[in-house]
Design a protein around this ligand. Structure first.
Ligand SMILES: Nc1ncnc2c1ncn2[C@@H]1O[C@H](COP(=O)(O)OP(=O)(O)OP(=O)(O)O)[C@@H](O)[C@H]1O
Length: 876
């Protein structure tokens, strides 16, 4: 019967449902009553009370054994209460769980249920501790296994946030999470002041910071990133609260490139800003393990100070750059001064592609770093080593003590560079100054001494001699320990200076037997007069072949006579090469000269001098005639011609010797006097002098004039302009310097302290040069600056030489009745044409010491002298 069958089916279904309901109720009752009723009565949970009740009632039953009915009633009542309680609480809990599950399903990657396969939240949310009928105190969530990234350390925050939202924490409590495995998180509600809450907050901040700095997204969160905070320490905040702050943490950095210093620097700075802490974060980039290890150093600790100094240094470098480039500037302290120091010893700076080739930019940067290091460590200096390779700019900085020789070198280089730049550099054209090499040792004042330096003038034109001269003068004044030899490359605008020994304050003329002596005499034989060493190295030589006439001037007592004596000395020593006509209007310094055969004429009075000049002019004319006759332009060429054709010499006579018209106090003679007759004669002499000055070079007639003040009004322009060689002896005033040197060079010597014999020389070819004229006294004497040395006078040296040449000394009585020595040739050798030495009778009664004019045949040819001497070191 269908009705009955349907009824049966219904009742069967009902029974089944009832049975399920009863089972569930029983299960709920058992679970809640005996394990999970966390509601409290006073301090005790209901579950505990139930157990107590069970134990209590069993004990009473056992002990009383007679009140069974009362016990049964109490047990039944308790049973009813607990069953009712279970039937209310447990479904509520199930609902809560359902709600939580659906909230967590997505973020925690939990399976979503279907009608046929409903979800079982209790499988995923386990170990639940309920705080009341429907509020959870603690539980454990197993996240979905389907997606590995769900529980990835850098993504856990999402799950935690979802739990916080889906599972309301009991009032005034916070969730703390504990990931026991990457798929399981335990969460527990704790009071807000529980230290775990603060730790969790801190950890989340660090994670958030690292996520943003490493650009970690939910998508790549599982790519090997992980944070492990290994150690915490409690710190008291300014407001008195004690908070836990990590002291050690380790961050596994996935596949991030940890070698990029720019990235590291940016990260460190950002982390410092985002995650503040007492003390300093110290970063250790463990490239081998792809990890960033961060530890916390206490405020003021060595590590913290080092970090701050490094940072400060880097900041200073950055702020010193006017135009930053696209790459970050990274400064890393490679080493520290010592184990205990926070003073950087070596710092590597990477400017990336920032172009800092321009000296000024680098100087500015160096200066600002110097200043800042000096403020902090006054005794420390920085050395900079720039490298420009492959388009990138690197700088290695080293800090050294201010006494370190490199520090001293640097300060000298800087000083020189600044001085040169400020004097010669213009805004648009920087002048570069580099020290290429240093001398060993320091100056007496402890300064480093450059050996070689180079200045690049950039676009400044150094073709003008005055510009170069000005620079040299300036550079010379910057250093006192040595002098400088200048090598100019004017086309490139570069000068290289090499340190040379200082010009000595005095130097005796070398003695015979020395190479220096032989060299000087050999030069004199060629018409080159050596005065002494010149500043910057080498010798100051007056080449009469280049610059035939000259003027020597200077204040009295500074060494003018000594300089002139040197000229005379060469002539005395080489009677075969030189003839001298001496004009000495003052009759002071050169009255001794007629003794020597080279001096063919000595004149003192105006008329004598007029004659002497006329004689020189005649000599020149005769020479000119000879040249004309033989169709050559110079005596030197005539010598060559004779050498190739000796017959010519026999026909025309020997080549005349070089004639020096030696004129002391030229201005005194030329100055106009009152006697008109004499003035007429002097006019003739003036004309002759000008003529010799103009034409003397080819015929080797040279004027060597001296004057204290060669006034331009007295010495005619024609004559002056031909006196090409100038020697200004000693300090001069502006006027004297202009008259003697045509420049202010003479004024550059200080009035006090200039050594005797120190002079400026000028010739058109070499410009201005400073020289220390060698000291050669006329008579032998004790060396003025070294009493242990005896200096042989020029007269004695010349006499010895004459004896060697076969001359003998005799004497004459001069016009004043005095006895004067003279020299005559004693040998009567054909190879030595006779030299007529004037006898007393021949001597001009007026006083002029004129020796008869000799035709050229009377001269001593080079050849003859060579033949006569066995060994003659001067014949070269
Ligand atoms: N080249 C020199 N080196 C060292 N000392 C020198 C030199 N020249 C001169 N003296 C010293 O200076 C003194 C004066 O020198 P000198 O007689 O040459 O000067 P002067 O300028 O010619 O003076 P005056 O015009 O009065 O003759 C010399 O006696 C000597 O002691």
């Amino acid at each position: 019967m269908p009705r009955t069958r349907r009824g049966t089916a219904f009742s069967a279904q009902l029974q089944q449902q009832l049975a399920t309901w009863a089972r569930r109720l029983l299960n709920d009752w058992a679970v809640l009553t005996w394990t999970a009723d966390s509601a409290r009565v006073g301090p005790v949970t209901v579950t505990a009370l139930n157990w107590l009740f069970l134990i209590g009632i069993s004990a009473i039953g056992f002990l009383t054994n007679g009140h069974l009915m009362w016990i049964g009633v109490a047990a039944a009542a308790w049973l009813v209460v607990t069953i009712v309680r279970a039937s209310i609480v447990m479904p509520r809990r199930r609902n809560t769980l359902e709600a939580i599950y659906s909230g967590l399903q997505k973020p925690a990657g939990l399976p979503s249920g279907t009608v046929s396969r409903p979800t079982t939240p209790s499988k995923h949310i386990t170990a639940i501790r309920w705080s009341s009928s429907q509020s959870i105190r603690a539980a454990q969530l197993s996240v979905g296994a389907s997606s590995a990234s769900v529980g990835a350390p850098m993504r856990r925050l999402i799950v935690e946030k979802a739990i916080e939202q889906s599972v309301p924490a009991p009032a005034d409590m916070e969730w703390v999470f504990n990931w026991t495995k990457s798929s399981t998180v335990e969460f527990e509600a704790v009071n807000g002041d529980d230290p775990r809450v603060a730790k969790q907050l801190m950890a989340r901040k660090i994670i958030a910071t690292l996520r943003s700095l490493f650009k970690i997204t939910d998508r790549n969160a599982a790519d090997g990133y992980a944070l492990d905070i290994a150690e915490w320490a409690d710190e008291t905040r300014a407001d008195g609260a004690v908070v836990p702050i990590p002291t050690q943490l380790r961050f596994a950095a996935g596949s991030q490139d940890l070698t990029d210093p720019g990235f590291r620097d940016t990260l460190e700075r950002s982390f410092d800003r985002s995650v503040s802490c007492p003390g300093e974060w110290i970063y250790l980039w463990n490239k081998d393990e792809q990890a960033l290890e961060i530890s916390r150093a206490a405020k003021g600790s060595l590590e913290a100070r080092r970090k701050l100094n490094e940072r400060k240094f880097a900041d200073e470098i950055r702020s010193a750059i006017t135009k930053p480039g696209k790459d970050p500037v990274v400064a890393v302290v490679e080493t520290w001064a010592d184990d205990e120091s926070d003073q950087p010893a070596t710092i590597d700076v990477d400017f990336g592609t920032l172009p800092l080739g321009e000296r000024r930019l680098r100087d500015k940067l160096e200066d600002s770093l110097d200043t800042s290091i000096h403020t902090r460590w006054p005794d420390v200096r920085l050395l900079f080593d720039w490298k420009f390779e492959g388009g990138s700019t690197q700088l290695a900085i080293m800090s050294v003590d201010h006494n370190d020789v490199r520090a001293k070198q640097k300060s000298v280089e800087k000083k020189l560079r600044n001085v040169v730049e400020s004097k010669f550099g213009k805004a648009s054209t920087p002048v570069d100054c580099d020290i290429i090499e240093w001398q060993e040792g320091l100056s007496p004042t402890g300064e480093a001494l450059p050996q070689r330096a180079r200045v690049n003038f950039g676009s400044i034109d150094v073709n003008k001699r005055e510009t170069r001269d000005e620079f040299q003068d300036h550079w010379d004044s910057l250093t006192t320990n040595n002098d400088w030899a200048y090598s100019w490359s004017t086309a490139d605008g570069i000068v290289t200076m090499t340190a040379v020994p200082r010009l000595p304050d005095q130097l005796a003329f070398p003695m015979p037997g020395t190479t220096a002596f032989d060299e000087a005499i050999a030069l004199a034989r060629k018409g080159v007069l050596r005065f002494g060493p010149q500043k910057g190295g080498g010798w100051l030589d007056w080449d009469l072949n280049e610059t035939p006439h000259g003027l020597v001037g200077g204040k009295t007592g500074q060494g003018k006579s000594v300089a002139l004596s040197i000229v005379l000395f060469y002539a005395m020593l080489l009677p075969d090469v030189y003839e001298v006509i001496v004009c000495d209007p003052k009759r002071t310094d050169f009255t001794w000269t007629p003794e020597f055969p080279s001096v063919v004429h000595f004149a003192a009075t105006d008329t004598e001098i007029v004659d002497a000049v006329a004689r020189a002019k005649r000599r020149m004319d005769a020479g000119q005639t000879l040249l004309n006759k033989l169709q050559v332009r110079k005596l030197s060429w005539l010598r060559e011609k004779y050498a190739s054709d000796p017959e010519l010499e026999k026909a025309h006579g020997p080549v005349p010797r070089r004639l020096i018209l030696f004129f002391d106090e030229l201005a005194d003679f030329l100055a106009k006097g009152a006697n008109s007759d004499v003035e007429e004669l002097k006019d003739e002499a003036r004309a002759n002098l000008e003529s010799i000055a103009r034409l003397g070079r080819a015929i080797e007639v040279n004027i060597v004039a001296a004057a204290q003040k060669p006034d331009a009004k007295i010495i005619s322009t024609q004559l002056r302009s031909q006196l090409g060689f100038r020697l200004g002896v000693g300090p001069l005033d502006q006027y004297e310097s202009q008259q003697i040197l045509n420049s202010d060079h003479g004024t550059r010597f200080p009035e006090e302290g200039t050594p005797k014999g120190r002079s400026w020389a000028y010739d058109p070819k070499n410009g201005y040069r400073q020289v220390q004229v060698m000291f050669l006294p006329d008579d032998s004497m004790v060396c003025p600056w070294d009493a242990s040395i005896m200096l042989t006078g020029s007269k004695e040296l010349a006499r010895d030489r004459l004896i060697e040449l076969g001359f003998a000394q005799t004497s004459i009585t001069n016009s004043d009745g005095g006895i004067e020595p003279r020299w005559i040739r004693v040998e009567n050798d054909d190879a030595w044409p006779s030299i007529d030495v004037p006898t007393n009778a021949e001597h001009d009664s007026e006083s002029s010491d004129t020796k008869p004019e000799l035709d050229f045949g009377a001269g001593l040819g080079d050849q003859e002298l060579n033949d006569s001497d066995d060994v003659d070191p001067w014949n070269q």
